[in-house]
Write a protein that binds this ligand. Structure first.
Ligand code: NAD
Length: 335
């Protein structure tokens, strides 16, 4: 096929292979001009490769420039470093973009949530620099640089400008972490001055959490360091129906990895009941990034149609009884 682009697919762990297969089925039904190459990562491939992030997987994404990824598990305490963090660092996917939008007929406390979390993806406490100083005392280093903070701030403002967004709010705790979060804020302010048409304000992260629960409609684009962004995105997912509903993209200069916000969901893995919407919506973001606009509109339209439709095809997390396959069949029928 002419102009066929290769997409690296990483199925991942837990519900990863289930939501990934569902999403690929929809993409194939759309007859997208894409070829899928499957590569491994995650805890389930450690026995085979001796690592959760095989070199050939990183090389494949570097070569294709684009990946669709299912969640990969990380051991709590001990164990190998996270494959996610490793992939984001190795490919310099410095920006994590997470649109959080109400979906028709998915009943939550709010009906008109429409905000975007832009999370810095390469530094902060996620650099994994932890040391035992003496038994019983551990030091973890939070790294914040001018370069990464300026880069993510510029990404957030450019995203806002390109997408007709009105306001960027910088999320921080500079009242306590005066130097590190202070530097992040300085960078956001400086970049903000280059975008006079976009409103800019600042919000302390704990206050943000309270405000989001009370009235998420007052926020537009949130730009955050790595850790705050991780936590705030899960909170935001809860505002629109849960983790099954929020897509994401990890974007660098040349490479992008599209993955849902959710994890491996070990409690429901292997049961065929996972909600594939979040990865499907991540695939819509991927189609847009690849400039396959018509396909993106069709896939997004099918998701809206299924949620907006009378038949109420819903997976268990949203109170329905559809299996992953039944939900996917409904999406394909709505294309
Ligand atoms: P989780 O997101 O896997 O699950 C939290 C809850 O949400 C569970 O009850 C789960 O059943 C539910 N849920 C999540 N996605 C769902 C879906 N698509 N459909 C229906 N229900 C869904 O969070 P966790 O339990 O904290 O993490 C499990 C593992 O996932 C950990 O090892 C963690 O490190 C990893 N993780 C990976 C990623 C990633 O690869 N990007 C992201 C987050 C967590």
């Amino acid at each position: 096929m002419a102009n066929t682009r290769t997409v690296t697919v990483i199925n991942g762990d837990g519900i990863g292979p289930e939501v990934s297969a569902a999403t690929i089925r929809v993409l194939e039904a759309l007859k997208v001009p894409l070829e899928f190459e499957f590569k491994d990562a995650g805890t389930e491939v450690v026995a085979k490769f001796g690592t959760n992030l095989p070199h050939e997987t990183v090389e494949a994404v570097l070569k294709s420039g684009v990946a669709l990824k299912g969640p990969t598990g990380t051991v709590v305490g001990g164990g190998l470093p996270s494959a996610n963090v490793g992939l984001r660092k190795r490919l310099d996917l410095y920006s994590s973009l997470r649109p959080v939008k109400s979906v028709p007929n998915v009943k939550t406390r709010y009906e008109n949530v429409d905000l975007v979390v832009v999370r810095e993806n390469t530094e902060d406490l996620y650099v994994g620099l932890e040391h035992i100083i003496v038994p019983g005392v551990v030091e973890a280093l939070k790294i914040i640089t001018e370069k990464a903070s300026t880069r993510i701030a510029r990404f957030a403002f450019e995203f806002a400008k390109k997408n007709g967004r009105k306001k960027v709010s910088a999320v921080h705790k500079a009242n306590i972490m005066k130097l590190s979060d202070g530097l992040f804020l300085d960078c956001c302010r400086k970049v903000g001055r280059e975008f006079p048409e976009i409103q800019y304000d600042e919000v302390i992260v704990d206050n943000l959490c309270m405000q989001l629960v009370k009235d998420p409609t007052r926020f537009d684009v949130l730009v955050t360091e790595n850790l705050y962004g991780d936590i705030v995105s899960d909170l935001c997912a809860g505002l629109v129906g849960g983790l099954g509903m929020v897509p994401g993209a990890n974007i660098g200069e040349r490479t992008a990895v599209f993955e849902a916000v959710h994890g491996t969901a070990p409690d429901i893995a292997g049961k065929g009941i996972a909600n594939p919407t979040a990865l499907m919506m991540s695939a819509v973001m991927m189609l847009e990034w690849l400039d396959l606009k018509d396909e993106a509109i069709r896939m997004q339209g099918a998701i809206q149609k299924v949620y907006g439709g009378e038949a109420k095809v819903r997976t268990g997390d949203l109170g329905g009884s559809a299996t992953t396959r039944e939900f996917t069949d409904a999406i394909i029928a709505a294309l």
